[in-house]
Design a protein around this ligand. Structure first.
Ligand code: C2E
Ligand code: MG
Ligand code: MG
Ligand code: MG
Length: 294
């Protein structure tokens, strides 16, 4: 088709586009065997109370170490997995891994820990989602209240009635629901109030320059006020500086997640963090080095 369209669209065949298409195809074939070959892992990023500094839980973040491509970012491979019809299997693997790992940490005495797992739009619309979550809870023995699912607006905006029904069914399992990347989409009060969300996550794009940019400061402040008025807890993602944390604390944001406290950690490191050895957990890894040691 591109060829028929003539010279104007020749960029379809530019070397760069071709390289990109090749990479996508190679990523796709790599992803097909990634689970079986043990190339996937889950990293855990702490979520902490802005008031007390207490650890509230962690977000499970998928990692892929490909022998061919090295570390591939989820922002690149999750869309490939969605396109290739691989997201159901990969998503189930993440959910089960995060549930069993969290169960083991609970068994070590971490009674107040909650793990949140991301759902891509296609996973959210999968007919078996509720049964899958129920099964993952049953098989792992994780109490439902210790699981939270993160959903983006993109997953719910197209068919709100159906999305509300799915969310209600998920909530009936006893789990928590959060709205991820808040502020990047439609973000209307009237539709959000229809959903049984427990938590709002303010997108990191607003947090990044919250101290210098009055527009983003206003958006973040409005999001906090809105969340409170809807009785939702509110967490800021991508908090990297003490100044950002102070700003959020002053506006009664509940919690934060970001490099200021910790980067996402592999399960071993996260376990060490839980065991109370924050320095050991974080300092062994340059990458994981926080800006501040609390
Ligand atoms: P997200 O759910 O919004 O996750 C937060 C992202 O922000 C993570 O990127 C995390 O590493 C990054 N982050 C956290 N704190 C900071 C900070 O202080 N500064 C900066 N610059 N970044 C920070 P990551 O792990 O690369 O994941 C990117 C996205 O990929 C996630 O965004 C989520 O949409 C998706 N994703 C990750 N794991 C999964 C998964 O298991 N399933 C699905 N469906 N999507 C996933
Ligand atoms: Mg998320
Ligand atoms: Mg997010
Ligand atoms: Mg995001």
């Amino acid at each position: 088709r591109a060829r028929q369209a003539g010279r104007g669209t020749a960029r379809f065949f530019s070397p760069q586009m071709e390289a990109e298409a090749k990479r996508q195809a190679a990523l796709e074939s790599g992803l097909r065997t990634a689970i079986a070959r043990n190339e996937l892992s889950v990293a855990y990023q702490p979520q902490v109370s802005l008031d007390s500094g207490n650890l509230l839980g962690m977000e499970a973040l998928l990692r892929w170490h490909s022998p061919e491509f090295g570390e591939v970012a989820p922002a690149e491979f999750i869309p490939v997995a969605e396109e290739a019809g691989l997201i159901a299997a990969i998503g189930e693997w993440v959910l089960r891994t995060a549930c069993s790992q969290t169960r083991r940490w609970l068994d070590l005495g971490q009674t107040a820990l909650r793990v949140s797992v991301n759902l891509s739009p296609r996973q959210f619309h999968h007919a078996d989602l509720v049964a899958l979550v129920r099964q993952a809870l049953a098989d792992s023995g994780l109490p439902p209240a210790a699981l939270e699912l993160e959903i983006t607006e993109g997953a719910v905006i197209d068919d709100i009635d159906n999305a509300v029904a799915v969310c209600r069914a998920l909530k009936e399992l006893g789990i928590k629901l959060s709205l991820d990347d808040f502020g990047t989409g439609y973000s209307s009060l009237s539709y959000i109030s229809r959903f049984p969300f427990d938590k709002l996550k303010i997108d990191q794009s607003f947090i990044r320059d919250i101290v210098e940019n009055p527009v983003n400061a206003a958006i973040a402040t409005a999001a906090i006020v809105m969340a409170r008025s809807l009785n939702l807890t509110v967490i800021a993602e991508g908090v990297e500086t003490e100044a950002q944390a102070r700003f959020l604390r002053a506006r009664h944001c509940d919690a934060m997640q970001g490099y200021l406290y910790s980067r996402p950690l592999d399960a071993d490191r996260f376990g060490r963090l839980l065991a109370g050895d924050r320095r050991l957990a974080l300092a062994a890894d340059e990458e994981a080095m926080p800006t501040l040691l609390l």
